[in-house]
Design a protein around this ligand. Structure first.
Ligand code: NAD
Length: 418
């Protein structure tokens, strides 16, 4: 296996993990070349009319990586770094994630490369509608189904559903992560954060620990980080640090999350929350905690800081927060890293439940969703652990990829793709 370098791009990094699994599974060269490329990449121009009349031209993408196991599935991100390379990486992660948790979807991702800070609601709506028009012809309830990701939410999905419906007819299942009033599922908004905490519990139990009194630091206080914090606190964790793009806060005795949420509602950031000490995003990653949960952007744990990580367990709630080189170093240092394709799969799992409910025109209650989510994620976690125990010297990430790759290859071969 080629030793990873620190300068791999995000798609190259995901493919590095895939290729290791391909070696374990002894895949043929042609299979490797199919699965390490993407099926379709769409780049579209998205002119956005601002409230002051000015026109800004941004670019959007939708990348479909692999559809052997079902319709393409993956979120839409609005972010300055959402370029084609990043969206490709995220699309391929979705292929492995949906296979690992065994939901019948393929992998895709979308993005608009834009800084949404300071954009008005009207500007966001016009941009979302224009982007939906430009990519609509490759979407479909049995073809490709978007969902929220960074800087997009249930409102964004409502605009997408409405815009798609104007051209193609009302289609409930065209997006997931919708508001309940438009056919969304109970428990979807919190699902990724909840899933990450379910996985943290399982990883702690494997190291003979438990949630009660365990310390946790979380980078990112958006959808995923804020729900993870709340659910972890309710399960007995002590949340000692939280951050966002502006900086972080620290309180060794545990943060008062009610106070933090009120401060964020008022100021737009966790920074300077009363009763806390300031901490930088870099220092948060170096805290001596039981569980470290990156829940913001990719590439934050690298060769530069891997040797300074003091957490026992890293739960990758964000996508690709650990570079391949850092991943090897953490494994050698005995840190448990639960990979993104398992740790943040709660979102796509409940998206699948939403799609099922829409197809059946049924509504599950919150307890049903939570119960089914626990069951799916625990099964996926246990299969990874069993695989790891059967194959000496491999990490949780390698086990997760090996299981996912097996399933995608089987479906692709049965269809005659390979
Ligand atoms: P979000 O936009 O709701 O929140 C992102 C958070 O990260 C914000 O608090 C923001 O301030 C912070 N942040 C941004 N840049 C940062 C930086 N440079 N340093 C520190 N913090 C920074 O996004 P989200 O939906 O919570 O997604 C977070 C991560 O989880 C992403 O990697 C995303 O791909 C992944 N994820 C999300 C979902 C989902 O259902 N929303 C599902 C799977 C994976």
């Amino acid at each position: 296996m080629r030793r990873p370098t620190e300068h791999m791009g995000p798609f190259e990094a995901v493919n590095h993990f895939f290729q290791h699994a391909a070696e374990i599974a002894r895949l043929s060269d042609s299979t490797v070349s199919v699965l390490s490329g993407t099926y379709r990449e769409l780049r579209v121009q998205v002119p956005v009319r601002h409230d002051d009349g000015r026109m800004q031209v941004v670019y959007g993408y939708r990348v479909q990586h692999n559809g052997a196991r079902g319709p393409y599935k993956g979120g839409i991100r609005f972010h300055p770094e959402a370029d084609l390379e990043e969206v490709r990486a995220l699309a391929s992660l979705m292929t492995w994630k949906t296979a690992l948790v065994d939901v019948p979807f393929g992998g895709a991702k979308g993005g608009v490369q834009v800084d949404t800070r300071g954009m008005s609601e009207g500007e966001l709506e016009r941009m979302t509608r224009r982007y939906t028009d430009q990519i609509g012809h490759i979407l479909g309830a049995t073809r490709d189904i978007p969902a929220p990701d960074m800087n997009t939410d249930a409102q964004t999905m409502s605009w997408m559903l409405d815009q798609y419906g104007r051209k193609y007819g009302h289609t409930n299942q065209i997006v997931t992560g919708k508001p309940i009033a438009l056919g969304g599922s109970q428990g979807r908004e919190e699902a990724t954060g909840r899933g990450a905490v379910i996985i943290a519990d399982a990883a702690l139990a494997d190291r003979n620990g438990s949630a009660e009194g365990a310390t946790m630091a979380i980078q990112g206080f958006g959808n995923v980080g804020s729900w993870a914090a709340r659910i972890a606190r309710d399960r007995g964790y002590r949340i000692v640090a939280i951050s966002d793009e502006f900086g972080g806060i620290h309180a060794e005795q545990g943060l008062d999350l009610g106070e933090v949420r009120a401060h964020v509602a008022e100021s737009g950031s966790v920074v300077d929350c009363p009763g806390t000490e300031p901490i930088g995003n870099d220092d948060l990653l170096r805290l001596d905690v039981d569980v470290l949960m990156p829940a913001a952007i990719g590439g934050v744990i690298t060769h530069e800081n891997a040797s300074e990580i003091r957490a026992d367990i890293i739960v990758e709630a964000a996508n690709h927060p650990v570079t391949p080189l850092a991943d090897e170093e953490l494994y050698e240092a005995g840190v448990t890293v639960v990979p993104d394709i398992l740790a943040n799969a709660g979102g796509v799992t409940v998206s699948y439940f939403e799609w099922v409910q829409n197809n059946q025109e049924m509504h599950w209650d919150h307890d049903d969703v939570v119960h089914q989510l626990e069951r799916k994620l625990t099964t996926a976690y246990e299969s990874c652990r069993d695989y790891q125990q059967r194959h000496e010297g491999i990490s949780k990430r390698q086990a997760a990829y090996a299981l996912a790759v097996d399933r995608v290859v089987e479906a692709a071969a049965l269809r005659g793709y390979l």
